[in-house]
Design a protein around this ligand. Structure first.
Ligand SMILES: Cc1cc2nc3c(=O)[nH]c(=O)nc-3n(C[C@H](O)[C@H](O)[C@H](O)COP(=O)(O)O)c2cc1C
Length: 251
């Protein structure tokens, strides 16, 4: 796969970004600042803009970067903000699998998502611990780690929080917010099983990336959508990705 370092989403990203199904905002907002003033019959009054709920999305160095790219796009198109945290290994895998441009230190996210999506994304590298998601006071609806490496899985199961991604997940657990973890590895060791069981016991939802085939996928993008749709549904985020089983009465 080529790795263009351009300002435009790569071909792989563009292909995946076709039609999330949910109502797409027509254009990017001029500003991401919440709230604002409006004039009503000559009187200036504060008209609070409805705040987009924020979903924290963590991307680690497991294979499966296309899932993450698609998830972020669908979450934004469903009217949410994304606070995106990517580990160093996650950036390497995004570069390898999705053509993420820029450098590991300064990734060029515009090679993955169009401007209207990025307008609702705040990015922090996992190495930056001193960012708002490190605190329980950060107003996040939920967190998803997709894909989740066995390394991060083990850290979370052990209660570690040595980078921002792990800390944000720890915060979600301690604050009782939904944490969805999507591990990807095969085969698995008993250590991985135990880590998943420990995380599930602590309140996380563990959803291994296991696409089904009963929606009769025609492309890799259809398989990606299957996993992303399951995650969105678990979080109660609306979508109309075409992944439903049509029933046995298929013509
Ligand atoms: C190309 C590539 C693919 C990888 N795929 C996986 C994988 O599918 N699952 C996994 O658990 N680790 C995978 N790894 C290993 C992780 O990237 C490695 O354990 C890393 O330390 C994870 O760090 P993180 O959890 O901070 O992202 C892969 C590494 C590379 C370079």
């Amino acid at each position: 796969m080529s790795k263009p370092n351009s300002r435009r989403p790569t071909r792989a990203a563009k292909k995946l970004s076709q039609n999330c199904g949910t109502a797409a905002p027509g254009r990017a907002p001029k500003s991401t600042v919440e709230g604002g003033c409006a004039t009503n019959k000559g009187r200036s009054e504060i008209v609070p803009k409805p705040r987009r709920p924020t979903l924290v999305v963590g991307i680690t160095g497991a294979s499966g970067a296309p899932y993450a790219v698609r998830l972020v796009e669908c979450v934004v198109r469903a009217g949410r903000r994304v606070h995106l945290i990517i580990s160093l290994a996650g950036r390497l895998v995004l570069a390898d699998e999705m053509g993420l441009g820029g450098s590991a230190a300064r990734p060029d996210l515009s090679s993955l998502w169009p401007r209207e999506v990025l307008a609702h994304v705040t990015y922090t590298p996992a190495e930056t611990l001193s960012a708002p998601p490190a605190s329980g006071t950060f107003d996040a609806q939920a967190m998803v780690i997709l894909p989740c490496s066995m390394n991060t899985l083990a850290a979370l199961a052990g209660g570690l929080a040595s980078n921002l991604l792990q800390r944000a997940a720890y915060v979600a657990l301690k604050e009782g917010r939904p944490l969805v973890v999507v591990p990807r590895e095969m085969p698995l060791t008993t250590i991985d099983f135990q880590n998943m069981a420990r995380l599930a016991a602590a309140g996380a939802v563990v959803m291994p990336a296991m696409p089904g085939f009963y929606h009769h996928p025609q492309s890799v993008a259809d398989l990606v959508d299957f996993v992303v749709a399951k995650v969105l549904a678990r979080l109660g985020i609306p979508h109309d990705l075409a992944v439903q089983w049509p029933g046995a009465e298929r013509p």
